[in-house]
Design a protein around this ligand. Structure first.
Ligand code: PLP
Length: 431
């Protein structure tokens, strides 16, 4: 009898199979070869019939995506979820991003064939959405915007900042360290809970590069507190540039978030420059946005560091489509109607069981701390959380008080059925 292992198909023959040629075009030959080796090894061990090798490779590769990042249905009720990549893009932004993926005229004037300025369209969209700004610049992220501003305005000099605003933004990153890394010296004024105009006035002098006001975006100090508003601070600053780090990226005030500062109001109140993130409440791609006085923004744009933090063409495309386009998903989720959420939660509970309970969503991502977003969730056993996370599609619920809560706020309504299917599969795993 011949050894069945002799019947295991050879790699070159498998690579020529039409389905695997197609898989190689999609995923690259290296990954196809790895799947082939794996299936051949299984056949050598006797775990797979030699005739099954080609089909096993095909199955394995069909389930493989070009990127290992997996889409997640966010049923936590947290709108800007940092661990899930913050803001989901609008369909318009996704289309813009895909269009920009090939060769694009990001730095070329097609009419003349001459080189043009990078990011003019995104700049135009930002200025149209925030007319209070004279000039705009897009960089890699919010932290980069702040680093560029403090480097260009205050390297080797002082940044005056209130002790109540020396914040940690997450994952151990602290703004004071970030600013110190630029070679600017921090000149702290006031105390944790109270800072007065006189504290700033005493600190501002010939060595001041800028005064920085930071929105404490992820915590609240309550009780005996005082901070100096932008218009008062403007008076104290004189000729010294006043920079406001907004964090969240609201371009205009949102009535649903009364305590959240916005670019238009901050500039109107006297900030010379505001910095913000593109992927928080603006609802776009990861980006840092600088808006304000033309001379200052241009000074930043000319600084050598600007090149090191410049925005990618994909980001510029998606940002332009977000700012000038239809409502971003984060804005829709933020304003989701509680009655609509209740109706959807009841429909889900009707399919999978569980109880419908009131549940406050949150802005998240270091925005509007303590602002509840009233809504509803389906309460299910905690044991469902793990199979939901590892299922396909992956679903991330909120786990609290020994329960698994499913809040549909951050799910497009046409994906409710996918959530219900996923819960049913998870129930089948745990029963
Ligand atoms: C989020 C945030 C930052 C950092 O922005 P990234 O886009 O995460 O780099 C800086 N300052 C404040 C106030 C923030 O909320």
């Amino acid at each position: 009898m011949t050894d069945p292992r002799r019947r295991i198909p050879r790699t070159d023959r498998l690579l020529a199979e039409p389905v695997l040629v197609a898989a190689a075009a999609r995923l690259g030959e290296r990954r196809v070869r790895a799947a082939i080796t794996q299936a051949q090894d299984a056949a050598r061990r006797g775990d797979l019939a030699p005739e099954e090798v080609a089909a096993a490779v095909d199955r394995e590769l069909a389930a493989t995506a070009p990127s290992s990042l997996r889409p997640v249905l966010n049923v936590t009720g947290v709108v800007v979820h940092t661990n899930l990549g913050r803001a989901p893009l609008s369909a318009a932004a996704v289309a813009a991003l895909v269009d920009a993926a090939g060769y694009v005229d990001v730095e070329l004037d097609l009419a003349t064939g001459a080189r043009s300025k990078r990011g003019v369209a995104a700049r135009g969209a930002l200025l149209a959405a925030c007319p209070a700004a004279e000039e705009a610049l897009v960089v890699n992220n919010g932290a980069a915007a702040l680093v560029l501003a403090t480097t260009a305005l205050a390297a080797g000099r002082e940044v005056v900042i209130s002790r109540g605003e020396l914040i940690e933004i997450g994952a151990g990153f602290r703004l004071p360290d970030l600013i110190a890394s630029t070679g600017a010296r921090l000149r702290e004024v006031g105390t944790t809970n109270r800072t007065h105009a006189g504290d700033y006035a005493d600190a501002i002098g010939p060595d001041t590069g800028c005064v920085l006001k930071v929105h404490p975006s992820n915590f609240r100090v309550e009780g005996f507190t005082a901070e100096v508003g932008l218009s008062e601070l403007r008076e104290v600053c004189g000729d010294v540039p006043l920079v406001m780090d907004l964090g969240s990226g609201l371009l205009a005030a949102d009535p649903a978030l009364p305590g959240e500062p916005d670019a238009a109001s901050a500039l109107a109140a006297g900030a010379d420059l505001v910095t913000a993130s593109g992927d928080k409440l603006l609802g776009g791609p990861q980006a840092g946005i600088l808006l304000g006085r033309a001379d200052l923004v241009q000074r930043l744009a000319r600084h050598p560091l600007a090149r090191a933090v410049r925005a990618d063409k994909l980001v510029l495309a998606a940002l332009e489509a977000t700012v000038g386009g239809p409502q971003a998903p984060v804005i829709a989720y933020l304003h989701a109607d509680p009655d609509g959420l209740r109706r959807r939660a009841e429909r889900l509970a009707g399919r999978v069981g569980g109880t419908v309970v009131p549940h406050d969503g949150r802005v998240g991502g270091g925005g509007a701390p303590g602002v509840p977003l009233p809504g509803w969730a389906v309460r299910l056993p905690e044991a469902l959380a793990a199979p939901l996370r590892t299922g396909d599609p992956a679903v991330l619920p909120r786990v609290t008080d020994g329960a698994c809560l499913i809040d549909l706020r951050c799910v497009p309504e046409d994906s409710d059925a996918a959530v219900a299917d996923a819960v049913q599969r998870a129930l089948a795993c745990t029963s």
